[in-house]
Design a protein around this ligand. Structure first.
Ligand SMILES: Nc1nc2c(ncn2[C@@H]2O[C@H](COP(=O)(O)OP(=O)(O)OP(=O)(O)O)[C@@H](O)[C@H]2O)c(=O)[nH]1
Ligand SMILES: [Mg+2]
Length: 499
């Protein structure tokens, strides 16, 4: 039968959206009200999208994407610097929430030492056992100074006394990543307490807690206190009387932790196994007395040094006032949207959807990582990974007109490593016999990144590069102000070009 021509019949959705044939007057009124409300919501969304497009076009909204490998030193730390610079009050209000992360970082460092002691002990006692770290071997019990290394009964007692910390770690992680949260599967360490020896578990080694910034982890350790007072002190959020507060056990273990970290034999064992805790994110072992004290609240510096791996992508908005470019002495407010992403290889596919409308990419390359390998793939050198990532970002056609600012970061650690005698050329053969100092190595890297950008960019773009230590808030704030300035100027120039 031919139905064409009958009103509504040639619209395939007509019968789906049509009112039910037996609709009462009352039902009709309800339906019409619901339809009107749905239309209102839809119009409001359309309006918001239009407004945002217009604001984007005028340069009122500036979108910044932070990119770089995991622990690049770093995206989340740079974001914290943005927060510190543009909304210091909000940053201060969150200080107490970071206490759990600092304590977790402390416990993780101690676990690394305990595992190194176990490896060393096992390798010493069973010459046939394949040591879990490449540099540990029975013969490695002779230190570089030639003296014979041995763990004493006192060391083993110390280790036993520190065991409760492993349960603290587990309970901190459980609170930060409750079952059902996306992070739970990737980070939980529940096996650790079920094992006869907590150090026997190979699969927890190197596991690091990751938290999706969307998840409200900052609230999980807090008392419920609501306050809009300006003088609000985030210490009020901590329930200091809570008998289950993880800080209590950590405080009780404080003296033993200090003893362990300062012990010369332990230091030598760590060196033999090439473990440099002081170069890793979240290093607080030199501040144990302070960070494990009762009623400890992290300082701004502590928060910048705290390490919490990112999963997913999160957006952070800041209002930023600046002088009007037209020169009437007034100010204009711009909104900055900063996107922090997880840098681990498996998470990089999530970056692409952000490429088509960001105004600026801040690319972070940890240049201190020249002698390290990726946690997710130990066959890949971390500096090489950063270089390859840089190549793929600068050559990406979607990003051809996007401003890219490069931070060659962790310069403090690079300096320390070179001073400690670690040879740059041993890991980068092309470096040849140039001097093993900071000036030469950083100059070499700067040139290398610049050359790649020049060769691979689909169209000409300026090379904006900063040598950074983003855990230094003062120096970083100056750099960020400069970056903000450059991006605004470039953005204005671009919008004039298109208008
Ligand atoms: N010493 C030193 N430490 C740094 C520097 N930059 C970052 N860090 C530390 O390195 C660790 C890792 O930094 P994050 O900002 O968490 O790294 P990320 O790039 O966000 O890493 P993912 O979330 O895994 O992608 C943190 O503990 C930082 O405090 C630096 O310039 N010097
Ligand atoms: Mg991060």
């Amino acid at each position: 039968m031919v139905l064409a021509g009958k009103p509504g019949r040639d619209d395939p959705l007509a019968h789906v959206t049509a009112p039910p044939p037996d609709e009462t007057e009352e039902q009709r009124q309800v339906r019409l009200m619901e339809e009107a409300e749905a239309q209102r919501v839809s119009d409001a969304i359309d309006y918001d999208i239009q407004q945002e497009k217009a604001a984007n076009f005028r340069g009122d909204i500036i979108k910044v994407l932070l990119l770089g490998q995991s622990e690049s030193g770093s995206k989340s730390t740079t974001l914290k610097n943005f927060q510190l610079l543009n909304s210091p009050k909000a940053f201060k209000a969150e200080r107490a929430s970071w206490r759990a992360v600092v304590l977790l970082n402390v416990v993780r460092s101690i676990r690394t030492i305990l595992e190194a002691m176990s490896d060393f002990h096992d390798a010493q006692n069973s010459p046939t056992l394949s040591p879990s770290r490449p540099t540990t071997s029975p013969s490695s019990s002779v230190s570089s100074s030639g003296s014979f290394l041995r763990l004493s009964p006192e060391h083993l007692k110390l280790k036993l006394r520190l065991l409760p910390l492993l349960q603290v770690e587990e309970s901190l992680i459980r609170k930060l990543t409750p079952p059902g949260s996306p992070e739970f599967e990737s980070t939980h360490l529940s096996q650790i307490t079920n094992l006869p020896s907590p150090f026997a578990s190979q699969n927890v080694k190197g596991k690091e807690i990751a938290v999706n910034s969307q998840f409200a982890w900052k609230g999980v350790f807090s008392k419920v206190v609501s306050s809009t007072r300006d003088s609000f002190d985030s210490a009020e959020l901590v329930d200091w009387e809570d008998p289950n507060d993880p800080g209590r056990i950590i405080h009780a273990c404080s003296e033993d932790m200090i003893k362990l970290w300062k012990d010369p034999t332990i230091q030598k064992i760590l060196r033999l196994q090439q473990i440099r805790l002081e170069d890793m994110g979240g290093f607080f072992l030199d501040d144990l007395e302070r960070v494990t004290s009762p009623r400890y609240i992290p300082t701004n510096d502590d928060i910048l040094r705290a390490r919490l791996k990112t999963l997913g992508v999160s957006e952070h908005r800041f209002k930023f006032k600046e002088e009007s470019p037209i020169g009437f002495g007034g100010t204009i407010t711009r909104e900055w949207r900063v996107y922090d992403v997880g840098g681990q290889r498996s998470l990089r596919a999530a970056w692409a959807p952000y490429f088509d409308d960001v105004n600026c990419i801040l690319f972070l390359a940890p240049i201190s990582a020249f002698d390290q390998v990726l946690e997710e793939d130990p066959t890949v050198n971390r500096l090489e990974d950063s270089v390859l990532l840089w190549k793929s970002i600068v050559s990406n056609k979607l990003l051809a007109a996007t401003n890219i600012v490069l931070f060659l970061n962790k310069t403090d650690i690079l300096k320390q490593k070179l001073q400690a005698g670690i040879k740059f050329a041993d890991h980068l053969v092309s470096y040849g016999d140039r001097p093993n100092d900071f000036e030469s190595t950083s100059y070499y890297l700067r040139k290398k990144f610049a050359q790649i950008q020049k060769d691979k960019s689909p169209q000409r773009r300026g090379f904006f590069c900063h040598m950074t230590t983003v855990t230094d808030p003062k120096a970083t704030s100056m750099i960020l102000i400069e970056v903000q300035d450059t991006v605004v100027r470039k953005n204005l120039a671009q919008s004039h070009l298109v208008s």
